[in-house]
Design a protein around this ligand. Structure first.
Ligand SMILES: Cc1ncc(COP(=O)(O)O)c(C=O)c1O
Length: 465
C-alpha cells in the first residue's frame, strides 16, 4: 500500500467499526454512551457539518470569536489565547468553527502521525472502547502486552528489556528521572547524585521533567525543583566527557532538539555519548518523545545507538494520549521495582490499541520511506527560497530560519492563508506534519511561503511604523 493522506469518511457504519448505531437524541433512555463529542460539548451541534467559508458578518463567522471569549472566561491562561477553534479534521486538513480550511503542517506538534480521523485509528479506538476501556494496573489487557512487545521489537531491545506506559511525554520523562535516581551507586561506589542534560533541552513541564529542561524562564517560578541536574553544551562530546564520571546517574539527550528549533548534532555524537556513559556507569537516556515513531524517517531518531532507556509519547498514539519508557536490558529494567512507580491510566486498553493501530499503519503503509522522500523534497524546496537562510531536516521534522526575525508574524500570516505551522524561535519555523501527508500538499506550502513572508513583513513594518 502506498502512502496516502489517510483522508477518509468521518463516520463509518456501526457494523464495520463495532460502534453503536446512531440513536435518536431525544429518546428517554439515552445514556452517556450514546452521546457524541458534539452532543457533549454543544459545539459541533452548531458548527457546519460540511464546513465552508463563512460570509463576513454572518452568524457563522462570529462563532470562533464567541467560543474564544468563552475559552477566556473558563480556561486557565497558561497557553495564552488559542489561534483558532478547530472543530473537525480529515487527513492533513482541519476546519475551524467558522468553516475555514487549513493544511495542518504541525499535526498537534508531531502528534497526529496519521493525520486526523484516520479510519484505522477511529475504528480501533471505537471498537476497543466498546469492548473494554479501562482496567487499572491491578490488571492487564492483550493490547497492553502486544504494544510492549511491539515496541521492544521495533527498538531492537535485547532480552530482559521492558516497557512502562504513561500518558504523556512529561510523564514518560518523570519515570525516566526516577529510574535515574535508582541508578544511585552502592557497594562502596561513589553515590551517583548528578544528572547531566543538554543546553536548550526540553523534557516537559512536570517537576522532574522541568528540572531537566534548560530554559530558566520555565524552571524559575517553580523552584525548588528536584536537584542535582546540570547542563552541558549540546553536541559537544568533549564537554560531555568532562562532565560525566562515577557520580553521574544518567545523561538525558533528545536525539534532535525539537523545541530548540529542530537541532541535531554532528555524526558520532550519540555514539560518543554511549561510550562516555558506559565507561562511567551512567545511564544513557534518549528522549524520543518528539522524534520517535517514524517522525524522522526511522522508527527512532537514535537508531544505531542503543541507550539504557528511551522515552516516547506524541506520535505513539496517533492522537490518542499515551507515553512510554522503554528500558534496555535486565539491569536498567530492574532499577524500578514493584511499588516504586505507577499511574492509573497508563497503558489502558484504548490508548494501547490506538498505538498498535498507529504502528501498524506506519509499517503497512511504508510510511518511513515516504517520510524520508517528502521530507527531503520539502527541505530542497525551502532551501531554494530567498527568505529562508537555514534548513534543518530530519524526515518530517523540519526547522528553518528566516531572513528576518518575524517568525510569529509568519505563523499568523500562514494561518490566514490556510496553513498551520509553528515558530519555536523569533526567526525559526517548524513543520511536523502528519507522516502520511502528500507531497503536493507540502508543495502547496513551500510555493505559498514567499507571499506569506511578504505579508508578515508588511504587517510587521506597519505595526512598527
Ligand atoms: C522532547 C520532548 N520531551 C518531552 C516533551 C513533553 O511532552 P508532553 O507535552 O506530552 O508532556 C516534549 C513536548 O514537546 C518534547 O518535545
Amino acid at each position: 500500500m502506498s502512502p496516502t493522506d489517510g483522508t477518509a469518511p468521518q463516520h463509518q457504519s456501526g457494523a464495520a467499526t463495532g460502534a453503536p448505531e446512531p440513536v435518536d437524541p431525544t429518546a428517554a433512555d439515552l445514556t452517556a454512551a450514546d452521546l457524541t463529542a458534539a452532543d457533549l460539548t454543544g459545539i459541533g451541534a452548531t458548527a457546519p457539518r460540511r464546513p465552508r467559508a463563512a460570509a463576513p458578518g454572518s452568524p457563522e463567522a462570529a462563532q470562533g470569536q464567541e467560543l474564544l471569549a468563552r475559552y477566556g472566561e473558563s480556561l486557565m491562561g497558561v497557553f495564552g489565547t488559542p489561534q483558532r477553534v478547530l472543530v473537525r479534521g480529515s487527513g492533513s486538513t482541519v476546519w475551524d468553527a467558522d468553516g475555514k480550511e487549513y493544511l495542518d503542517l504541525l499535526a498537534g506538534i508531531a502528534v497526529n502521525a496519521l493525520g486526523h480521523a484516520h479510519p484505522l485509528i477511529t475504528s480501533v479506538v471505537t471498537s476497543q472502547l466498546a469492548t473494554l476501556g479501562h482496567v487499572s494496573n491491578f490488571f492487564t489487557s492483550p493490547t497492553q502486552i502486544a504494544l510492549a512487545e511491539k515496541l521492544l521489537e521495533l527498538a531492537q531491545a535485547p532480552a530482559g528489556s521492558r516497557v512502562f506506559f504513561a500518558n504523556s511525554g512529561t510523564e514518560a520523562n518523570e519515570a525516566a528521572f526516577k529510574l535515574a535516581r535508582r541508578n544511585a551507586g552502592g557497594d562502596g561506589a561513589p553515590r551517583r547524585t548528578r544528572i547531566v542534560a543538554l543546553e536548550n533541552a526540553f523534557h516537559g513541564r512536570s517537576m522532574g521533567a522541568l528540572a531537566l529542561t534548560w530554559k530558566q524562564a520555565y524552571r524559575e517560578p517553580f523552584e525548588p525543583l528536584p536537584g542535582g541536574v546540570e547542563w552541558v553544551p549540546a553536541g559537544d562530546a568533549d564537554a560531555l566527557r568532562a562532565a560525566v564520571d562515577e557520580t553521574v546517574a544518567a545523561v538525558f539527550i533528545e536525539p534532535v532538539q525539537g523545541e530548540a528549533g529542530v537541532r541535531g548534532y554532528d555524526d558520532g555524537y550519540l555514539a560518543a555519548a554511549r561510550e562516555i556513559t558506559r565507561a562511567a556507569g551512567a545511564l544513557l537516556i534518549f528522549d524520543e518523545v518528539q522524534t520517535g515513531i517514524g517522525r524522522t524517517g526511522s522508527w527512532f531518531a537514535s537508531e544505531g545507538v542503543l541507550p539504557d532507556a528511551m522515552t516516547l509519547a506524541k506520535g505513539l498514539g496517533g492522537g490518542f494520549p499515551i507515553g512510554a519508557l522503554v528500558t534496555f536490558g535486565p539491569e536498567a529494567s530492574s532499577l524500578l521495582t514493584a511499588g516504586q512507580h505507577g499511574t492509573t491510566f497508563g497503558g489502558n486498553p484504548v490508548a494501547t490499541a490506538a498505538a498498535l493501530a498507529t504502528l501498524h499503519a506506519i509499517e503497512s503503509g511504508g510510511l518511513l520511506g515516504h517520510v524520508h522522500r517528502v521530507g527531503a523534497q520539502t527541505a530542497d524546496a525551502l532551501r531554494a527560497l530567498d527568505v529562508v537562510t537555514d534548513v534543518r531536516q530530519y524526515g518530517l521534522l523540519l526547522g528553518f530560519d528566516l531572513a528576518e526575525e518575524i517568525a510569529p508574524a509568519v505563523v499568523t500570516a500562514a494561518l490566514d492563508a490556510g496553513f498551520i505551522i509553528n515558530a519555536p524561535g523569533p526567526r525559526t519555523l517548524r513543520l511536523a506534519p502528519p507522516l502520511n501527508i502528500a507531497a503536493d500538499q507540502l508543495r502547496r506550502f513551500t510555493d505559498a511561503l514567499p507571499t506569506i513572508y511578504r505579508t508578515a513583513l508588511e504587517r510587521t513594518a506597519k505595526e512598527n511604523a
